[in-house]
Write a protein that binds this ligand. Structure first.
Ligand SMILES: Cc1ncc(COP(=O)(O)O)c(C=O)c1O
Length: 400
């Protein structure tokens, strides 16, 4: 419901009010709940603190869906860095965050009550973005830990068929690759099969690729590139919050070759544009390809180190297994051994215990619509001392 902050938001601000610092607040809260990357803060601050030059046009109203030079820079970035061919800057819309973009799609692409199929566990914001203000029916396709969260095409089809039987018009499939919260990328083959399914049922695909440059093992390939012959129906979502650690800059990117949809999303950008100041900064940043490549190289190395550390410590100290990951800033970890029983109530109780007694925030799977209790998302993109301290606290309290 609008106006009621979610427990995740409450936990985020409680962490912010009493932040752990090894030197000045060693008992403070450690936030492994919010999907933010803190491994590259120094490198980004160096850029953010450099002076920017502006001309008069930048201090006045401009095109609210993104200043043209920024959209040209984004098109170049998508082509050269994300390896997406033939990107037309006129099809790009910039808005204040990927969330704003997702909501604009929900308003423009769907009629009231139409369905959107999404594999779960999924990023909790999807429900908010698609159904708080607009009545898109989010149809969950539950993946299971029993087969390592494998996305099976038959399962996907069953959800579409069932919705049709229930009289729901299914409009699109929403994919998130790299996936939040599982921290995995889907293979090209799997993405091809999903596109094939979309073709078969005449569906669009919304492809949230906000973690595209946070793949620390293996390669990223965009859905737009894999489904080139179906591009009219694939709508791409990106943002600067994750790969560029700029969650506070609230800048999201939309790309589609469906002209009608582009113009609708452009119109809606009027309500949540990005300041010209941020756009100028980001334009300079992504136009510096050498810097971009070096930043990402360092980021991936650090993500991989933190991933390895948390995985090893969880296994050796806590006997907690994770789903093997290769991308993103989180792991999906099985805490079920620490629950009184295998229920979602017990999962919530464990969340409270970990938050209030260990002063560590991790997010229970029920908030991601997990169908099996006991799984938590743990955001590990934090410096070594944060990880070792969190694990020590968990070890001390959970064993009791
Ligand atoms: C998959 C995914 N999409 C969208 C968003 C929202 O991004 P923004 O902060 O740019 O609105 C997030 C943030 O966690 C996310 O993980």
């Amino acid at each position: 419901m609008i106006g009621e902050p979610s427990p995740l938001v409450i936990a985020h601000f409680k962490c912010a009010d009493n932040k752990f610092c090894p030197d000045t607040n060693p008992d403070g809260k450690i936030n492994f709940g919010t999907a933010e990357n803190h491994l590259m803060d120094d490198e980004m601050l160096e850029m953010v603190n450099q002076p920017l030059s502006f001309s008069a046009q930048h201090i006045h109203y401009g095109q609210l869906h993104g200043i043209p030079s920024f959209r040209v820079a984004i098109a170049g970035f998508m082509e050269e860095i994300l390896k997406i061919s033939d990107v037309n800057p006129d099809n790009i819309v910039v808005a204040s965050g990927a969330s704003a973009i997702l909501e604009s799609i929900s308003m423009s692409l769907f009629e009231d009550g139409q369905g959107l199929v999404v594999p779960t566990p999924f990023y909790t914001g999807f429900i908010h973005d698609f159904s708080t203000r607009f009545n898109v029916k989010v149809l969950q396709y539950p993946l299971s830990p029993h087969n390592n969260y494998e996305l099976e095409i038959d399962g996907l089809k069953k959800v579409i068929e069932k919705a049709k039987k229930d009289g729901i018009i299914v409009r699109a499939i929403l994919m998130c690759s790299p996936q939040n919260p599982l921290g995995i990328t889907y293979s090209d083959r799997k993405l091809e099969q999903i596109i094939q399914t979309a073709k078969e049922y005449n569906l669009d695909i919304i492809s949230d690729e906000i973690y595209a440059r946070s793949v620390y093992q293996g390669q990223f390939k965009s859905m737009l590139e894999i489904g080139k012959d179906y591009r009219q129906h694939i709508h791409f979502v990106y943002g600067f919050a994750k790969d560029f650690v700029l969650s506070g800059f609230k800048t999201g990117v939309f790309y589609s070759e469906n002209k009608e949809l582009v113009s609708a999303v452009q119109e809606i950008a009027y309500f949540h544009p990005v300041s010209n100041h941020s756009q100028r900064f980001l334009e300079n940043l992504i136009s510096n390809r050498t810097w971009c490549r070096e930043f990402t190289r360092k980021n991936k190395t650090r993500l991989f180190e933190s991933y390895t550390m948390i995985t090893d410590l969880f296994e050796s100290r806590l006997d907690i297994k994770i789903i093997e990951a290769n991308a993103g800033i989180f792991v999906w970890a099985d805490f079920s051994n620490y629950m009184e029983d295998q229920t979602f109530e017990a999962e919530l109780k464990l969340f409270d215990k970990i938050f209030n007694e260990c002063h560590v925030s991790i997010i229970p799977g029920q908030f991601f619509k997990s169908n099996t209790p006991g799984w938590f998302r743990v955001c590990f993109a934090q410096k070594e001392e944060y990880i070792t301290t969190a694990v020590k606290r968990l070890e001390k309290k959970l064993a009791q």
